[in-house]
Each structure stands twice: as C-alpha cells, then as structure tokens.
Design a binder for this molecule. Structure first.
Ligand code: ASP
Length: 323
C-alpha cells in the first residue's frame, strides 16, 4: 500500500455555492469520496491553502514548491497529489517541476466543475491523480492529471474555459491515461526544464508582453522605464515583431533588460529565419534570447527564477539552448 498525501490549495474543486456564484468557503469542500475506498492508497490530507487560483502569486508558487521539496527530501510519502484551481495550475505545477529533483511522484489535479454542478469532475480527477501517484515509477517530473489524462507540467495548458477536457499539451499530447483497470503510460518526457541546485528566489520585475498588430512597443518601453529586469515577448509566428517593437526591445536591452522571445502561436519553436526589420534574425542581432516552443507564462517564471538566482545572460542562454 502506498502512502499518498493530498495537499490542497483551493480552486473550484473545493468551492461551494455562495454570494450569488460559487466561491471559496471557510471550510474545505474537497470531496475525497472517490479515494476513500482505493485499495492501493493510504491517504492523508493536508489543507495548505484555500485560494481561487487567480489569487496565486509567484511567491505562493515558490512556497508550494518548497513544501513539495521538503516532502521529496523527507520520503514520508510515496506520492503527493496537489489540488489547485485550474486557472493558474500550469504555472504552479511548472514552478514545482523546475525546482524538484523528481524523485517523488507529484501529481497536480483540479476540477472544471464545482460539486454543486451536474457532472462534477473533481472526485474522479482526485481518484485518477492518486492512482497515478501510486503507480508512477518512471521519474516523469511533475504531472497534471485531469479527465483521465496524464500531462507533463512543462507542456500542459488550460485550453478551454469550461470543458472538462480543457487540459492539453498542444503539439505533444498526454504522457498516458488512467483507465478503469490500470494506469497506462505511453511516453516518457525526455526533456524537463530544471533549475540548477540552489535557493529558489524570484526576481519580481519580469514582465510578459503579448504582441498584437500595432501593439507592444509602448508596453516594453513602460516596463523598461519602470526598472524591469526581464521581459518575455510573445512575438508573432516564428518570433517576429513590428519594427517599432524591435526598437523598443533594443532600448530595453541597452538598458540592461534581459529579453526572451517566444511565440504567440500554440505550437512550434521560434527561430531566426526572417532577416527583415523586426524578424527573428534582426532580433537576435539586437541581443534577444529565444525560448524555443516554451509558453510565455512559463518561461517568465523560469526567467524570474534565473534572475533571482543571479544567473548571467550567458548561463540563461545556455539553459535555453536545448529548446
Ligand atoms: N477560477 C477557478 C480557479 O482557478 C477555476 C478552477 O479552479 O477550475 O480557482
């Protein structure tokens, strides 16, 4: 029998009706009925937080990652299931994935529907997540289990505002599935973004700017003037921007801001193939770093942790070079 800790942090999975909608109550509404009778698991429950996940901040994500690291070191449990709101789950899971060694199965789960709605998914998701925590022996890194699918934290994203099949890994797909008779793993993630060993400290002044036609340069200038240390730019397509945005990026770099380019496309890598003003080749010549096919919200957390650790541009470039 595996000792599994359910570590709850809030979200729809434990929300209840109130105030004209569904909301966080004073007591946890976490429905664990689905796991009470699981023969393979000896369950403990720890209420850590009770937050809607839009209220999660990078600092809270760091606290959660450190709690998980302490559990990894203590070996008190065979696995941990973290329940979380769906809105920022992918960011907390990624923060933990970057920081943890990966020797303890850590599985994030959530619910798209509260217990007051028809077709509630939370109890089943907790059950599936516990089953993954009990069976995962492959060192998959932090995983995310919803709708009976297992996803890697570095790739998963919330794709739909309402559907129970919201969580997906665009371009990659799930690592495996939870079926009635067993958990089936189909592929191993050979890539994980890990921080070098050391303290997890964040540089707060790291921004994320999503470009749109005719939009982006003023925000980059604003962040530069506000003293930001890093900016992630979600550029167009292969990693291209308008010349005005390229000029703003150059002004930022000249002021000592580290600028990382990623794409606003759902899939695919950024790569310097266009040599026109604002194209990827031009941006690289102006001193940007490329983040391959990483999502902007995740690469921002990575940059916050790298700058917080005092890593230099060359070291960050080296870490991004495998993307
Ligand atoms: N807004 C909710 C939250 O992220 C959504 C959810 O949990 O599914 O806390």
């Amino acid at each position: 029998m595996k000792k599994i800790l359910v570590f709850s942090t809030g979200g729809t999975i434990e929300m209840l009706p109130g105030n004209g909608g569904i909301t966080i109550g004073s007591v946890s509404g976490l429905d664990v009925s689905g796991i009470k009778a699981l023969p393979e698991a000896d369950i403990s429950i720890r209420k850590y937080l009770n937050l809607p996940s839009p209220h999660m901040t990078p600092d809270i994500m760091v606290d959660i990652a450190k709690e998980l690291r302490a559990l990894e070191i203590s070996r008190e449990f065979h696995g941990v299931v973290v329940t979380h709101g769906t809105d920022t789950l992918e960011e907390t899971a990624f923060m933990a994935d970057m920081y943890l060694e990966g020797t303890l199965p850590v599985v994030f789960t959530a619910a798209m529907r509260s217990s007051s709605e028809l077709g509630v998914d939370g109890p089943r998701n907790i059950r599936s997540a516990v089953r993954v925590a009990c069976t995962e022996t492959q060192n998959l890194g932090v995983t995310v289990v919803l709708n009976d699918e297992i996803h890697a934290a570095g790739r998963v994203t919330k794709t739909c505002t309402s559907n129970v099949s919201s969580f997906d890994s665009p371009g990659y797909g799930p690592l495996g599935f939870v079926d009635d008779d067993r958990v089936i793993y189909h592929r191993l993630p050979i890539w994980r973004m890990n921080l070098p060993q050391g303290p997890l400290i964040l540089e707060k002044r790291v921004g994320l700017v999503r470009t749109a036609a005719g939009f982006g340069h003023e925000v980059i200038d604003f962040l530069t003037e506000a003293g930001y240390r890093g900016i992630v730019v979600e550029a167009f397509g292969r990693g291209n921007v308008h010349p005005d945005t390229a000029d703003a990026i150059e002004r930022a770099i000249d002021s000592g801001v580290l600028v990382i380019i990623t794409s606003r496309c759902y899939e695919g890598r950024v790569l310097g193939i266009y040599a026109y003003r604002g194209g990827g080749v031009d941006l690289i010549n102006r001193g940007v770093l490329s983040a391959g096919d990483m999502a902007g919200n995740k690469i921002r957390l990575f940059l916050m942790a790298c700058l917080g650790r005092g890593l230099k541009k060359e070291q960050i470039q080296y870490m991004l070079s495998s993307l």
